[in-house]
Design a protein around this ligand. Structure first.
Ligand code: ATP
Ligand code: MG
Length: 372
C-alpha cells in the first residue's frame, strides 16, 4: 500500500499545463487519502471553470497510477480560495517584482536581462505573410523541443490566436495573466482583450502602455524564444519594442516582388534607426508549384535575395505559396503540424534550424580589412 508521502512525491513532477510548474509547489494538491489500493487526491484549480481541468485530472491520474500497489485513483476538484490565489499570484510574480515607490510591488519587464532570444518578425507592408511566418516559425521551434512564447503585437489586425489554434482567453490569477498555449507555443495577443467586431483604437501612449503590460503582467516563465508578430509598417510599436526589448533580432518578411522589397527595406532601415539588429530576411510566396510539378514564380523572383544582400544579412528561407498554409491559418492547424512534409513546412523548419544552430553568420570584423 503506497504512503501519502509517496503519492505526493509521484505528483511532484506533474506540472500545471499553463503555468508550467509543479502542482505540488503551486499548492494545488490539497489532500491525499490512501485507502488500501485506492487513492483519492484533492486538487484545487486556480480558477472556476478552468479549461484545463480534464488535462489536469489526466496528468494526476497517470502519475499516481504508476505507483506500486495503486489499484484505483480518484481525483476530486475544488477551487482555490481568494487568499490562496493571491499567494499563488505573488509567487508567480516572483523574480519579476521589485519594490517601487511607496513600497508597492512594481512589476518589471523580464526580458531586459534574460537569455531569451527575442525575434521581431516585421515587414514594410501588410499581407505579405508575417503572421503566417511568425506562427509557423514559433511552432517549428517548439517542435524542436524549444521553450517558445509569442506576442501578437499587431494590435490592429491580431490574427495569431486563430492561426495558432487558441480558442480561449488567458487565465487571470489575481492580475497575473497566464497565457494560453496551443501547438507548444504560449501566446498573448491584443485580440484577447478586444472584441472581434470592434476595431481597437490605440493611440501612441496607450499603445506603449499596452505593450509594456504584455511584457510585465504576463507570467512568461523563462522561455528560450519570444517570437513577436509586429504590425505592418513602422512607427509607434517599433519604437516601443526597441525600448522594451533592446536585444530583439528583427527578421524582415517580404515577397519576391521588387516593389515589396523596397517597402521592406524601409522597415529594415527603421529597425536600424531604433538600434535593433536585423538578422535575416524571409521571402514568402516565392513560387506556386502546379500539378505539373513546375514552380511558377507568380510574384516575380529575386526580391528576398536582393534585400538580404542590400542589408548584408542572410536570406533565411523561401516559402512557397501553398493553399494548405492558408487553410491551416484559417482553422488553427499550422502547416508545420498538419502537413510536415510539405515544401513550405520544410522551408519553415529550415529557418528555425538556422536560428537554433545559429548558422546566421555573425559580422566578422578583421583588423586587416580596416579601411584607412
Ligand atoms: N506561403 C503562403 N501560401 C499561401 N497562403 C499564404 C502564404 N503566406 C500567407 N498566406 C495567406 O495570405 C494571407 C495574408 O497572410 P498573413 O495574414 O500571414 O500576412 P500578414 O503580413 O500578417 O498580414 P497583415 O499585414 O494583415 O497582418 C493569409 O490569408 C494567409 O493565409
Ligand atoms: Mg498579420
Amino acid at each position: 500500500m503506497p504512503t501519502e508521502a509517496a503519492v505526493i512525491e509521484a505528483l511532484r513532477p506533474v506540472e500545471d499545463p499553463e503555468i508550467h510548474r509543479s502542482i505540488v509547489d503551486l499548492g494545488m494538491v490539497k489532500g491525499v487519502l490512501v485507502n488500501g489500493g485506492h487513492v483519492e487526491v484533492l486538487v484545487a484549480l486556480t480558477t472556476e471553470g478552468c479549461p484545463l481541468r480534464t488535462e489536469i485530472v489526466k496528468r494526476v491520474t497517470e502519475a499516481v497510477s504508476g505507483l506500486d500497489g495503486v489499484a484505483a485513483v480518484d481525483v476530486e476538484l475544488t477551487v482555490m480560495t481568494d487568499d490562496e490565489r493571491a499567494q499563488l499570484a505573488e509567487s508567480l510574480r516572483g523574480g519579476a517584482t521589485e519594490t517601487g515607490a511607496g513600497g508597492h510591488a512594481a512589476r518589471t519587464n523580464p526580458f531586459t536581462d534574460s537569455r531569451t532570444r527575442v525575434l521581431a518578425i516585421s515587414s514594410g507592408k501588410g499581407g505579405v505573410g508575417k503572421s503566417s511566418v511568425t506562427t509557423n516559425l514559433a511552432v517549428a521551434l517548439a517542435q524542436r523541443g524549444e521553450d517558445v512564447a509569442a506576442i501578437d503585437a499587431d494590435v490592429w489586425g491580431f490574427s495569431m490566436p486563430r492561426m495558432l489554434g487558441i480558442d480561449r482567453p488567458p487565465t487571470v490569477i489575481d492580475e497575473v495573466i497566464v497565457p494560453p498555449e496551443a501547438n507548444g507555443v504560449r501566446l498573448i495577443s491584443m485580440g484577447f482583450f478586444a472584441r472581434e467586431d470592434q476595431p481597437v483604437v490605440w493611440r501612441g501612449p496607450m499603445l506603449h502602455k499596452a505593450l509594456e503590460q504584455f511584457l510585465t503582467d504576463v507570467h512568461w516563465g523563462d522561455p528560450k524564444w519570444l517570437v513577436i508578430d509586429m504590425p505592418p509598417g513602422t512607427g509607434d510599436i517599433a519604437l516601443s519594442m526597441a525600448q522594451f526589448l533592446p536585444r530583439a533580432e528583427v527578421i524582415i518578411v517580404t515577397t519576391p516582388q521588387a516593389a515589396a522589397q523596397k517597402v521592406a527595406q524601409r522597415a529594415a532601415y527603421m529597425a536600424k534607426k531604433v538600434n535593433l539588429s536585423v538578422v535575416g530576411v524571409v521571402e514568402n510566396m516565392s513560387w506556386f508549384r502546379g500539378d505539373d510539378g513546375k514552380a511558377y514564380e507568380i510574384f516575380g523572383s529575386g526580391g528576398g535575395e536582393e534585400l538580404a544582400q542590400q542589408l548584408g544579412v542572410p536570406l533565411l528561407g523561401q516559402i512557397p505559396l501553398v493553399s494548405e498554409l492558408r487553410a491551416g491559418g484559417d482553422d488553427g492547424h499550422p502547416i508545420v503540424v498538419s502537413h510536415p512534409d510539405d515544401e513550405a513546412s520544410v522551408a519553415i523548419r529550415g529557418i528555425a534550424e538556422k536560428l537554433i544552430t545559429d548558422l546566421v553568420p555573425k559580422k566578422i570584423f578583421r583588423p586587416e580589412l580596416k579601411i584607412i
